[in-house]
Design a protein around this ligand. Structure first.
Ligand SMILES: [Mn+2]
Length: 277
């Protein structure tokens, strides 16, 4: 047996106010991985949501938000991304040798534990973006990293003083940070497949473009919907059986709730006095 099997591993997700996807993620990881899932939470998590997440086997850790100073004219795309830098707290989880930092807009096709098993030479492993304007960068939806407090401190320093685009702050920060030290390596694309037509070949499919919970996106995802919808109803059934108000907990994956999310983003944008592009 290879040595890296012995390493302690945890999945880490940044929870910022979207219970439905977090619950679906927890459900999938409990089903498809033997490793724990930790939610890093830069905001208060409602008691009911925390109870439901722990019912599905995940744990919740409160972390301080990492706030950037935005200025008018900053290259900003979507204001909900301002919270994503709290992801950097994952580098402080030194009780684990390795962590898998994952988005919640993903669906796992098979056992997840091939990912922790992969030997990794780099401090941070992710899938490179091969084409389009971001070619040569990487997608932060699925990353493997080694927690290290020294790295965490350097990342925080870079977050405040380094040069990177704040359009997708966490992804661009990590990409720039590791590009200059040359430590980023390539994960096989099957662990972060973002092309719907390649869904069948993926171990992890990432809804980076069209989302199955957005009504007008569903058409292009028709081949994925049976798996997705089945999983949502399984999560719902389990939560209902356990006495939770599953309709309410899962309501945000309905289109109407996303409209509210857009409103919250717009309010945040307005509070900063800048407009997203
Ligand atoms: Mn994503």
């Amino acid at each position: 047996m290879k040595l890296f099997w012995k390493k302690k591993f945890a999945w880490v997700n940044l929870f910022y106010g979207e219970p439905a996807l977090a619950l679906i993620l927890a459900f999938q990881i409990r089903q498809k991985s033997r490793f724990p899932l930790i939610f890093l939470c830069p905001e208060q998590v409602p008691t009911e949501v925390e109870a439901a997440l722990s019912k599905l086997g995940a744990s919740v850790r409160r972390v301080e938000p990492i706030r950037l100073e935005y200025k008018a004219g900053d290259d900003v795309w979507n204001f909900r991304y301002h919270l994503t830098l709290a992801k950097l707290h994952a580098w402080k989880l030194t009780e684990f040798d390795q962590i898998g930092i994952i988005d919640s807009d993903i669906i796992f096709r098979d056992s997840l534990d091939r990912l922790p098993e992969l030997p990794k030479a780099a401090e941070l492993s992710a899938c490179l973006i091969k084409d389009g304007p971001a070619a040569g960068r990487f997608n932060s939806g699925v990353m493997c990293a080694r927690p290290n407090v020294g790295t965490y401190k350097r990342l925080i320093e870079f977050a405040h003083h380094g040069r990177y685009s704040k359009k997708l702050p966490d992804q661009n920060l990590l990409g720039e940070f590791w590009r200059t030290t040359g430590l980023l390596c390539d994960l096989p694309e099957e662990f972060n497949e973002r092309r719907p037509e390649r869904y069948g070949d993926a171990s992890i499919y990432h809804f980076a473009g069209p989302k199955p919970w957005v009504a007008h996106h569903r058409k292009v995802l028709s081949h994925i919907l049976p798996d997705w919808d089945r999983m949502v109803s399984e999560v719902k059934a389990e939560l209902t059986t356990a006495g939770f108000d599953s309709d309410r907990l899962l309501s945000s994956i309905r289109t109407v709730e996303f409209i509210e999310l857009e409103d919250r983003q717009a309010q945040f944008a307005a509070s900063l006095g800048v407009r997203p592009k």
